[in-house]
Design a protein around this ligand. Structure first.
Ligand SMILES: [Zn+2]
Length: 285
């Protein structure tokens, strides 16, 4: 009987932690360009920036996927304990739930955009949209350094710039950095997220009154950035799999895709504008 009860709790735990979120599958870690590497899963993207003073990890993903990120870092020949800075794309559980575990396992300082700090430190409980949805909660994690729009994160000669691209979350952050690859400089853009999630209220939003204006600001910001190497919080934004298959097959690096970056922004802005019009129209009726 005891065994059965134990089994029940194990099942309950598993079903609560895996709920409806698509299971992440390992993706081979690889070198993108310069000192930038891919260490994420097949959908949830994580990046490792390697410097002589230690490494920067962008996105901690789901807590259950932390061992997968660690294995990817080590497979590339780098040390997990060299992770000195941890950054995120935005404070949703699928990019930030693993942060507490990473902070326990490494000396990483957790740096988060000011308007996402409360969300990270409350473990998702202060989310403007998901505050009543425990399936979106995660371990609350202490932020070590609060970042502001335009701040630079520097380590071992590498500079990452934090661009506030709000809307998806209030502190959604798009990261840029310059890498040098085969003697050529490239601007890397890691899009935080321009998605309007299902159910997001763009009009008359009581918990985020200026949401539509924030999205519009985010589009203005990403359009003004030049993106040679186009990356993002989810692999699907930039077609990771297709580009990975092309690595080594073409003379140019398939991740150098400024046209793809522009297409992605245009597509997301189109979706946002349509949804905003639909909601405005709905309210007028
Ligand atoms: Zn999100």
């Amino acid at each position: 009987m005891k065994k059965l009860v134990c089994m029940f709790f194990v099942l309950l735990f598993v079903s609560q932690t895996s709920f409806a979120y698509p299971k992440q599958h390992p993706f081979p870690p690889f070198h993108i360009a310069g000192n930038l590497y891919y260490v994420g899963a097949d959908d949830l993207a994580s990046y490792l920036v390697v410097t002589p003073k230690g490494n920067i990890l962008i996105n901690s993903n789901l807590a259950i996927d932390v061992p997968m990120i660690k294995a990817s870092v080590e497979k590339l020949g780098f040390k997990w304990s060299d992770t000195k800075i941890l950054l995120i794309s935005h404070a949703h559980f699928d990019h930030a739930a693993g942060s507490q575990l990473i902070k326990q396992q490494t000396p990483a300082k957790y740096m988060v955009m000011d308007s996402d700090v409360a969300l990270v430190e409350s473990g998702g409980k202060t989310d403007f949209h998901y505050a009543n949805d425990p399936s979106m909660f995660f371990s609350s994690t202490k932020v070590d350094k609060v970042l502001h729009d335009g701040d630079q994160v520097k380590l071992g000669g590498t500079v990452l710039t934090a661009h506030l691209t709000p809307g998806h979350t209030k502190g959604c952050t798009t990261w840029t950095m310059q890498v040098n690859d085969h003697g050529k400089p490239y601007q890397v853009v890691i899009v935080g997220s321009l998605n309007v999630n299902p159910g997001y209220k763009l009009v008359d939003n009581k918990t985020y009154p200026h949401i539509a204006k924030d999205y519009q600001h985010a589009f203005k910001v990403v359009k003004a950035l030049h993106g040679d190497i186009f990356l993002g919080a989810h692999a699907m934004y930039f077609d990771l799999n297709k580009k990975y298959q092309l690595l080594g097959q073409t003379r140019s690096n398939p991740f150098v895709d400024p046209a793809g970056y522009k297409r992605h922004i245009a597509q997301k802005e189109h979706e946002f504008t349509n949804e905003l019009q639909r909601q405005k129209h709905h309210i007028e009726q």
